[in-house]
Design a protein. Structure first.
Length: 205
């Protein structure tokens, strides 16, 4: 029954996409599932978040040459998520067994293609990235994530300086998705409005 529930939770975490969710969207979903699971004290939901994140290992892209290495200052990885799930499941051997299964299972798919960058921002500071080209008529995505104590804002501007997308909710994650009418370059701005300095990861498709 526990294993069935875990499978159901993982399935519900992913909305239906024709070709499956993008790696950028999976990163956002895993962060939201983890936050919800920790808030509810639900080890199965935290386990679901870890499995989502383990299934999409981000790789460094070549469109941003900022000297960052994935893993340096990155937000929570799947190992840390599993450790949190184990703490919540203490004494429940069935759930701990599911967590151990997730720890040792081989990753079935690795994301290949998204730009991945690590940054660090002081409180009230921002990063403006060099313009990035996105294809016209294709859905574009940008996602940033930090530790839970941070508050990140994300804004996207076109080559004429017009705001095309923003996510300024009070949250340690921010996501923007839009479809450029034509191919062109877009500027990404990330701002830290949290109480302290924060390391963060940025991904694009």
């Amino acid at each position: 029954m526990r294993r069935f529930l875990a499978v159901c939770v993982i399935s519900l975490a992913l909305p239906a996409w024709a070709d499956g969710p993008s790696p950028v969207k999976v990163a956002e979903l895993s962060a939201r599932a983890y936050a919800a699971g920790m808030a509810a004290g639900d080890p199965l939901l935290v386990l679901s978040a870890a499995k989502l994140r383990k299934g999409m290992a981000p790789v460094a892209g070549d469109r941003l040459a900022l000297g960052a290495t994935p893993g340096q200052g990155a937000p929570l990885g799947w190992e840390e998520m599993l450790a949190s799930a184990a703490q919540l499941a203490e004494g429940d051997e069935a759930v701990l067994g599911l967590i151990e299964d997730a720890r040792v299972e081989t990753t079935k798919g690795v994301a290949s293609g998204p730009v991945y960058n690590i940054g660090s921002l002081g409180n009230g500071k921002g990063d403006t990235y060099p313009p990035i080209e996105f294809r016209g008529g294709e859905y574009a995505e940008v996602y940033v994530e930090a530790k839970a104590a941070a508050n990140l804002n994300l804004r996207i501007y076109d080559d004429k300086g017009r705001l095309v997308c923003s996510d300024t909710d009070i949250s340690h994650i921010a996501y923007c998705g839009w479809t450029p009418a034509n191919a062109g370059t877009f500027t990404l701005e990330v701002e830290n409005k949290g109480p302290s300095a924060a390391d963060y990861a940025l991904m694009t498709n």
